[in-house]
Design a protein around this ligand. Structure first.
Ligand code: PLP
Length: 375
């Protein structure tokens, strides 16, 4: 039965719709009337390959992905992409600039929270002598005394390199509750206008924790957008990549010119050439994600969910503002930089009074779980 489920606020793998889980349980027994369960069927069967193609078109249509971009599926989560984006984009740069020495190559990182910080650290590990430039570190713009990731910095703070191999940012910082605004007029929007307007920009975005909750601004201007499925659209095990086709390069040709060799499974070309079926994919994760996206489409797609999410975050932040006025809670993130997806706040109260514990117990009594986590 599905009626004994609680309200799950967990920011890790997120709650999946009960109707999808019920349908998926049937699919475990019998996938699309093949008489074979989804976990047993060959990933090369015509039924499954058609399912993958349909998943691609569900994403393409709902996010309005232009034909300039491929949609690829892989495994290894967001963390694997911290490495893959570096290796593929360094290979691309090597092919474009065979004469440049590694030390002359720069990768630009916008650091606005724990995840982009981690991605920049991986770029340093894999740089092979190239430089990693911190375009901006939002801790330098923190309002808090103990400098923290609590804001999106003002546009004037960004210094991009003249010709970087990649420019990296994380749209929604899950741990810190900081997110770029999608309103281009907002001071907390991504400064697209500071990037060159007349060439293909190597812009890479981690959308792991906000994927498909609303349209992606300037999607077509991105080189790579990636997201692990598990936050918003399915179970862990599936990673979605939207890659501009000029970034799907022959990594072996680049290695011959001195680029770092790219493991076969991290190469976007491997994924593209095999239609994302180079090896056995996470069949079940792909299946459930397909069911979630079919349901999204029926309900009105990304525009419908954008409106729903706008209302949800509006209500939650309204309550928090009221709570703050009463001295019951403390918001952590600067106004305008707050995430729609991960709402971080402290429950305050009299010194040593155990207010947070009482809040969590009250929530639990009302069937709400997963509220305690990061902050
Ligand atoms: N990027 C963001 C924004 C995340 O929230 C996470 C995980 O929480 C990751 C990357 C890492 O993703 P994964 O656990 O799929 O490797």
């Amino acid at each position: 039965t599905t009626n004994n489920r609680v309200i799950n606020f967990g920011a890790g793998p997120s709650a999946l719709p009960a109707s999808v889980l019920a349908e998926a349980s049937q699919g475990l027994l019998n996938f699309q009337n093949t008489g074979i369960g989804i976990a047993e069927i060959s990933h090369r069967s015509k039924e499954f390959t058609a399912f993958v193609q349909n998943l691609e078109s569900l994403i393409r249509t709902q996010l309005d992905v232009p034909p300039t971009h491929a949609i690829l599926f892989t495994q290894g989560g967001g963390s694997n992409q911290f490495s893959a984006v570096v290796l593929n984009m360094l290979a691309r740069y090597r092919l474009l600039h065979p004469e440049k020495k590694s030390e002359e190559v720069v990768m630009d990182y916008v650091v606005t929270g724990s995840w982009s910080k981690k991605a920049a650290e991986e770029a340093r590990r894999l740089s092979g002598g190239s430089q990693v430039n911190t375009v901006v570190d939002s801790r330098d713009h923190s309002l808090a005394q103990k400098k923290s990731f609590d804001n999106i910095p003002p546009h004037s703070a960004y210094t991009f390199s003249p010709d970087p191999a990649l420019i990296y940012y994380c749209e929604n910082e899950t741990v810190d509750g900081v997110e770029f605004s999608h309103d281009p007029q907002s001071a907390s929007s991504f400064p697209f206008h500071l990037l060159p307007q007349d060439q293909l920009v190597p812009l890479v975005a981690d959308y792991s924790s906000s994927f498909m909750c609303r349209p992606i601004p300037r999607l077509g201007d991105h080189a790579i957008i990636y997201a692990g499925a598990q936050k918003n659209i399915g179970p862990a095990g599936l990673t979605v990549l939207i890659v501009r086709k000029d970034c799907i390069v022959d990594v072996d040709a680049a290695a011959k010119l001195g680029a770092i060799p790219v493991p076969i499974m991290l190469s976007y070309k491997t994924l593209a050439d095999s239609k994302s079926l180079y090896n056995t994919p996470s069949v079940f994760a792909i299946y459930v994600t397909g069911l979630v996206l079919e349901r999204m489409k029926e309900q009105g797609g990304v525009p419908y969910f954008e409106e729903l999410n706008r209302r949800k975050q509006g209500k939650v932040y309204e309550v928090l503002r009221e709570g703050e006025a009463k001295g019951v809670v403390r918001r952590k993130v600067k106004e305008g930089s707050e995430s729609w997806m991960n709402v971080v706040f402290d429950v305050v109260g009299e010194e040593g009074g155990g207010a947070e514990k009482r809040f969590l117990e009250g929530a639990e009594r009302n069937g709400m779980k997963g509220l305690k986590g990061h902050r």
